[in-house]
Design a protein around this ligand. Structure first.
Ligand SMILES: Nc1ncnc2c1ncn2[C@@H]1O[C@H](COP(=O)(O)OP(=O)(O)OP(=O)(O)O)[C@@H](O)[C@H]1O
Ligand SMILES: [Mg+2]
Length: 270
């Protein structure tokens, strides 16, 4: 794999307050693929994403398309990678289009002013441009934020180099239909040569849409590989602390998980 088409994090150690949260994490994602970061609450997924994006101080190196991110100017980084945080609070009254257009000023796509509207349509928010952001539902606001990051790096490949979407729980507030819309967008971006890294909690969606899975626990990467390699009964039981039997679909052999423990509890008499 050419390093010109990867995001590589090596030896990432990060402290928040007095506590070391990430313990020398190594992690590689390839352009053209969807990489999911999964793991229990508090395992360090968001912290890893924030370290990768330089939002928090850390030890170790991060290279993007083969370049040390410390040697790139903020505007150069903004042109090749866009970040959707786990949550976003907008304190002032902006319209949906104004929020989405923020992506234009950050990225390289400023030349084409039609992109924000196209991005809103892509996330199922055509017709929402003039609405006030604060008046939207949680899931609608989350999709506006995705439209903003899509606007920033609209073209998956620029001058032969991949662009990157870094998404922290992009489907957390979405209904099942819009979960598929967003995961299809991610797949499509990767299919056209871009890189996608998405923090996910839904392991079934992860199995369906991710090419690679990074499983974190306690500030470490437990394992990294294809969904079939990573999503196994024993690994999940150990990491999540509950039995999560993994099955496979007959035609595609895609792993799927049934929350068996819950079914047993529901049928148990109290
Ligand atoms: N500012 C902070 N100061 C101290 N500890 C923090 C701070 N921010 C996060 N932590 C701790 O770091 C650990 C990792 O947090 P992180 O947000 O990376 O988890 P996560 O895997 O993204 O979890 P979730 O699935 O709940 O979003 C947690 O134990 C959290 O309590
Ligand atoms: Mg998180």
């Amino acid at each position: 794999m050419s390093r010109a088409f990867t995001l590589e994090a090596q030896g990432i150690r990060a402290c928040l307050g007095r506590k070391e949260i990430l313990h020398s994490v190594n992690f590689t994602a390839a352009a053209g693929r969807v990489t999911a970061i999964v793991g229990p609450n508090g395992s360090g997924k968001t912290t890893l994403l924030r370290a990768i994006t330089g939002e928090i101080a850390h030890e170790g190196s991060v290279t993007l398309n083969g370049l040390d991110v410390n040697h790139l100017q903020p505007w150069q980084l903004a042109a090749i990678r866009a970040v959707q945080p786990q949550s976003s609070t907008i304190a002032f009254p902006f319209t949906v289009l104004e929020i989405t257009r923020l992506g234009l000023s950050a990225g390289l796509s400023a030349a084409d002013s039609s992109i924000p509207i196209r991005a809103l349509e892509a996330v199922g928010l055509g017709g929402f441009a003039g609405r006030m952001y604060q008046d939207l539902s949680g899931g609608e606001q989350q999709r506006v934020q995705l439209a903003r990051v899509l606007t920033q790096v609209w073209e998956p490949v620029v001058s032969g180099k991949p662009c990157w979407l870094l998404l922290d729980e992009p489907v957390a507030s979405l209904d099942i239909g819009h979960q598929f819309t967003v995961m299809d967008l991610a797949r499509n971006y990767a299919a056209h040569g871009g890189g996608v890294i998405a923090v996910m909690h839904d392991l079934n969606l992860t199995a369906m849409f991710a090419d690679d899975v990074v499983l974190m626990d306690g500030g470490n990467v437990v394992t990294q590989g294809t969904p079939t390699e990573v999503l196994t009964d024993s690994t999940l039981a150990q990491t999540y602390g509950c039995p999560v039997p993994v099955n496979t679909t007959p035609p595609g052999h895609i792993p799927f998980l049934l929350p068996q423990a819950r079914v047993q509890m529901a049928s148990r008499s109290i």
